[in-house]
Ligand binder design. Structure first.
Ligand SMILES: Cc1ncc(COP(=O)(O)O)c(C=O)c1O
Length: 411
């Protein structure tokens, strides 16, 4: 089958999927962000799949795929994932009363293992890395004659994710630009197939982390390329290579794929939390990161732009780290080290300055002993959250004025 007939078939399946999964998913809200619209002089909408059942869009594809396997009379489902696919498959299997086995690598956070178990799936922790868990899962499925559900390179999974496209059409009507996170490419393929059918002029732009640029490299090379992946805040997008099906669809139906840095992914997560009161995981916020980092190949002015926030499953300890990183990269969290005479009341003068500018001390270390500290002096290391970027210069300037009183900022 040529790619166009594969795509028509996926479109038809997406229409069927919409009907099949309707009762088990939320039609997730779309909001116009007035602040972002003002900044970028466009109408910028956010669609919140982080509020989907299981905390991400993954429930959609899994529900449709497993519905079909259930009809065929499957004896059980196998999947490998340390993240959202695992929860989607476990949830969908529980809806259709099918036994599921989910292979997860040892590094998977306990919160994710527990979430998958809570849907009644059997979790098998195996291997140091995802690839080991994946290979074991395939072997297990073959030995026991069970059905392996691939996270993205499967027409039913793609069609299930494509139901988001139908929702966008219904909720928003016309849209000019859509920004979608890209891992293995199932999500963007499904949405592109549906939206391009109804609005051939819509620009579909994929966003992936600089730390896993598999689509950018593969599209540039004209063939599937394996990339070395590095850990990323957008851990849901760390596929090593596109699937053969998703590669073909993205090549034909997606207008561009861009990559963004870790700092901006962190800023986007933090921005959504501060401004929109929305908890997104790194992968989920990457479309906004591309806007904030100014990575888009198209002009947004006057356009109707939709950013898909694809998931919200983030470990709370990770979330804390991401927020700290987002704040520092925006200049809203500053680190100042000061050497000063070690005498009563000395530290207070510094704290008074911080207080004067409404700085909030996030962390403080006060050292009196160390090879780098002269006798009679101490060093204080401050991590301060400041209300706006310009406050940094004012705090630094006021501390510098205390030089003749024995205070020195260490660069
Ligand atoms: C939150 C989130 N967004 C986006 C994606 C990317 O989906 P795909 O692998 O279909 O490109 C994933 C994949 O796991 C994800 O978890």
């Amino acid at each position: 089958m040529g790619i166009d007939s594969v795509v028509s078939d996926i479109y038809a399946r997406s229409v069927e999927a919409l009907d099949i999964i309707r009762d088990y998913i939320h039609e997730t809200p779309i909001d116009l962000s007035s602040t972002l619209s003002k900044i970028y002089r466009c109408s910028m909408f956010l669609k919140y799949e982080n509020l989907q059942k299981t905390g991400s869009f993954k429930a959609r594809g899994a529900l449709y795929k497993i519905y079909k396997l259930a009809r065929k009379g499957t004896s059980g489902i196998v999947a490998a994932s340390s993240g959202n696919h695992a929860q989607g498959v476990a949830y969908a299997s529980s809806i259709y009363n099918i036994k599921s086995y989910i292979f997860m690598p040892k590094v998977t956070p306990a919160s994710k293992v527990n979430a998958v178990r809570s849907y009644g799936a059997e979790v098998i922790i195996y291997g140091d890395y995802f690839d080991e868990a994946y290979r074991k899962a395939l072997e297990f499925a073959e030995e026991r004659n069970l059905d392996f559900v691939h996270p993205f390179n499967d027409p039913d999974i793609i069609a299930g994710q494509g139901t988001i496209g139908h929702e966008i059409l219904k909720q928003l009507g016309n849209v000019d630009i859509v920004l979608i996170p890209v891992g293995g490419g199932g999500l963007i393929s499904g949405i592109a197939v549906v939206l391009k059918k109804h609005m051939p002029r819509v620009k579909i732009i994929g966003v992936e982390p600089e730390r896993a640029p598999k689509f950018i490299r593969s599209l540039a090379a004209g063939r599937i390329i394996d990339v070395d992946i590095k850990p990323s805040i957008a851990d849901g997008l760390l596929a090593k290579r596109p699937g053969d099906l998703t590669f073909e669809i993205v090549r034909e139906y997606v207008d561009d794929v861009v990559a963004v840095s870790e700092d901006y992914i962190a800023r986007a997560v933090y921005y959504l939390m501060e401004r929109n009161k929305i908890v997104s995981e790194g992968a989920g916020a990457i479309g906004l990161a591309a806007v904030l980092e100014d990575k888009l190949p198209v002009d947004l002015e006057g356009k109707r732009v939709l950013i898909l926030i694809s998931g919200g499953n983030v470990d709370l300890t990770n979330l804390y780290r991401i927020i700290i990183r987002g704040l520092s990269s925006e200049g809203r969290l500053i680190n100042i080290n000061i050497k000063m005479l070690d005498a009563p009341g000395r530290l207070k003068r510094i704290l008074d300055i911080v207080y004067r500018y409404s700085g909030n001390i996030v962390d403080i270390i006060h050292r009196r002993i160390g090879e780098d500290i002269d006798v009679g002096y101490s060093v204080v290391e401050l991590l301060i959250e400041i209300p706006s970027v310009d406050v940094r210069d004012r705090i630094v300037s006021d501390i510098r004025k205390l030089k003749e009183h024995g205070y020195e900022i260490l660069e």
